[in-house]
Design a protein around this ligand. Structure first.
Ligand SMILES: *Cc1c(COP(=O)(O)O)cnc(C)c1O
Length: 430
């Protein structure tokens, strides 16, 4: 074993060599060094603002719903590790992947029947887009190759997903001429408005001949702005897509597995998409895995084409370690009253964040399921807001004008209250 690096050495090497999300090179701010994590707590290698342990308000970006170092999930990984960590998926299969795919089909809305396992959320969206474009090509309508979405969305960082991210947040200006040009309607209003529904219908009808699919995040737009909208719009999209021969894709990478109070956000509306993307909490935050599900109609269409296969196959497709821990995470989730736990989070966040609404500089507080958002009327001072939260013993990662949390479902009432205090402190000082 090499000598362990001191926290100082680690940060110096990190700065010199390691990119971080949306980061400059070299980095301008020192990241905190995490030594280990357990339950809802991150243990730091050296204290920051007097704290060596932080309650994680972010679930490591929506994913660690059961908390860290969970004995059941650890055991699932260990057990699988002793059998095999990976084998290629071309020509081979294995129980973890088959079990996981079958389980996902059982718990997702009805017509979704076939599962493509892939490495990350962005790839799942790439696969979804490829499925839709290939479907229309296969059935003899190759002109249908554009996508329609509403503004304010986020679908990942590779090219097709970027093309349907919010044009400003997704920096379309920087990439004009490079990104595929998609069709945008305005951001969905929070409440149902008939005029907006009419706009959706009109745009889908007008572009039907060139539209392969409509792709949206149902009910909650995540990294594009943490906004919520009426599930009623999903019914409008479903009807308009059916009426005009357009496929409907729900990106449930952030909203899946209970976060919004329904197992899938589509369930709020009782609407089924033709294609659904899952990721993030799929493995309980243990490792990267995502899935793209589609209906028999989509799969059959592709199979009737000149190239009757879905031309995609990641090297680590169906990774057994990831699939095993995903199965264990689903068992944990569905083996408890997850809906009650998410309601508990919703009540605690609603109560604890109400105070933030009174603060100067706060424009709105909104809570849905296990998601709490405090929107400021100015860009957040990241350093000041993060420091304020750390002083309260909480890890937050604000962006733009948003201080938001989606705690692990296992967060205790006391820790939820602490998270809310930290959000209020961050809003005051950020
Ligand atoms: C995070 C996210 C993605 C991208 O997932 P990665 O695993 O980061 O590639 C796509 N869509 C939504 C809605 C997301 O929240």
């Amino acid at each position: 074993m090499p000598e362990p690096l001191t926290p100082g050495e680690l940060i110096a090497l990190d700065r010199a060599h390691v990119w971080h999300p949306y980061g400059p090179m070299p980095g301008r701010t020192d990241p905190l060094v995490v030594e280990s994590a357990s339950g809802v707590r991150l243990r730091l290698a050296q204290p920051a603002h007097g704290r060596d342990e932080l309650v994680d308000g972010m679930s490591s970006w929506w994913s660690a719903i059961h908390g860290y170092n969970h004995p059941v999930l650890n055991e699932a990984v260990r057990g699988q590790l002793d059998r095999m960590s990976h084998v290629m998926f071309g020509g081979l299969t294995h129980e973890p992947a088959v079990r996981l795919a079958t389980r996902l089909v059982e718990i997702t809305p009805e017509p979704l029947r076939h599962v493509f396992l892939c490495d990350s959320g962005s790839v799942a969206v790439e696969v979804a887009v490829k499925m839709c474009l290939q479907y229309w090509r296969s059935i003899g309508r190759p002109a249908k190759q554009r996508l329609l979405t509403w503004r304010g969305g986020y679908h990942g960082d590779t090219w097709q997903p970027m093309s349907v991210c919010d044009p400003e947040g997704g920096m379309h200006g920087l990439w004009s001429g490079v990104l595929p040009r998609q069709i945008f309607v305005g951001p969905p209003p929070a409440a149902y408005e008939e005029s907006y529904a009419d706009e959706l219908r009109a745009m889908i009808e007008r572009h039907a001949d060139e539209l392969a699919a409509v792709i949206v995040e149902p009910v909650v737009q995540g990294a594009g702005g943490m906004r919520f909208h009426s599930p009623e719009y999903l019914r409008v999209l479903r009807e308009a897509c059916d009426a005009h021969d357009v496929l409907l894709v729900f990106d449930e990478i952030a909203t899946g597995f209970g976060r919004t109070g329904a197992l899938f956000a589509a369930d709020h509306a009782g609407v089924s998409p033709d294609v659904m993307c899952l990721g993030k909490a799929l493995t309980g935050g243990y490792m990267s895995l995502a899935a793209t599900l589609c209906s028999a109609r989509v799969a059959d269409g592709i199979s009737r084409g000149e190239v009757p296969v879905l031309a995609h196959g990641p090297t680590f497709m169906g990774n057994p370690l990831a699939a095993s821990v995903a199965c264990a995470s689903l068992d944990l989730l569905l083996g408890q009253d997850w809906a009650w736990e998410v309601k508990r989070l919703e009540a605690a966040l609603g109560e604890g964040l109400a105070a933030a609404g009174e603060l100067p500089g706060v424009s709105e507080v909104r809570v849905l399921g296990g998601i709490g958002v405090v929107q400021l009327d100015h860009a957040v001072d990241m350093a000041a807001a993060t420091a304020a939260a750390v002083r309260e013993g909480v890890w937050l990662r604000p962006f733009r004008d948003l201080i938001y949390v989606m705690p692990p479902y296992v967060t205790s009432d006391d820790d939820l209250a602490r998270i809310c205090r930290a959000v209020c402190a961050a809003a005051r000082e950020g």
